[in-house]
Design a protein around this ligand. Structure first.
Ligand SMILES: [Fe+2]
Length: 183
């Protein structure tokens, strides 16, 4: 498929692989870098989940008969992940607790991604035409690009040791607002 014409499901699967690779690094990340790593994980997950909630699940509910129960269950899992991130936000002073929380989060997020790949994406794909899948793919990419990024902890105006973790709920709201403005 030529660049720029990838459909939604291909983009989602590629995104899942990126998140999976990022989460695999939790074991090899040094304690001194764990807060910075957590910021990256939080940003990636929030961006991906909000884009799914704005683009994927509305199309899934619209196109697939009887999809609501599955959509509600998957969105509830995403909300749980956001709550877990919010709890971890408060553990920046305890690298060991942050790491073990991230390991637990990884298990839940990967199980959720498998359920999406098995229960959501194939049904969405079989009930949606090629053109619409490509249009949804464009909207999904636009949504991801519109999300504001969290300041990098090592940016010049924010030296190491001066990392401020904002509330996850506020990050979710900012990502959601930016995506809505872009759509
Ligand atoms: Fe996903």
């Amino acid at each position: 498929m030529p660049a720029g014409t990838e459909d939604l499901v291909a983009l989602l699967k590629a995104d899942h692989k990126t998140v999976e690779a990022l989460l695999a690094a939790v074991d090899s990340t040094a304690e001194s870098a764990i807060v910075e790593y957590f910021c990256k994980v939080r940003e990636e997950l929030v961006r991906h989940e909000v884009a799914e909630e704005l683009v994927v699940y509305p199309a899934f509910r619209r196109n697939v008969p009887g999809a609501d129960a599955v959509a509600d269950a998957r969105i509830a899992e995403q909300s749980e992940a956001e709550e877990a991130l919010a709890r971890l936000d408060k553990q920046e002073d305890d690298p060991a607790a942050l790491r073990s929380g991230l390991v637990k989060l990884r298990g839940n997020v990967l199980a959720h991604a498998i359920r999406e790949e098995q229960e959501v994406f194939p049904l969405l794909e079989s009930h949606t035409g090629t053109e619409e899948l490509q249009e949804l793919g464009r909207r999904y990419e636009k949504a991801l690009a519109a999300a504001p990024t969290h300041p990098h902890p090592h940016a010049p105006d924010s030296p190491p040791g001066n990392i401020v973790l904002g509330p996850v709920a506020a990050l979710v709201d900012r990502v959601r607002d930016a995506m809505k403005r872009s759509s």
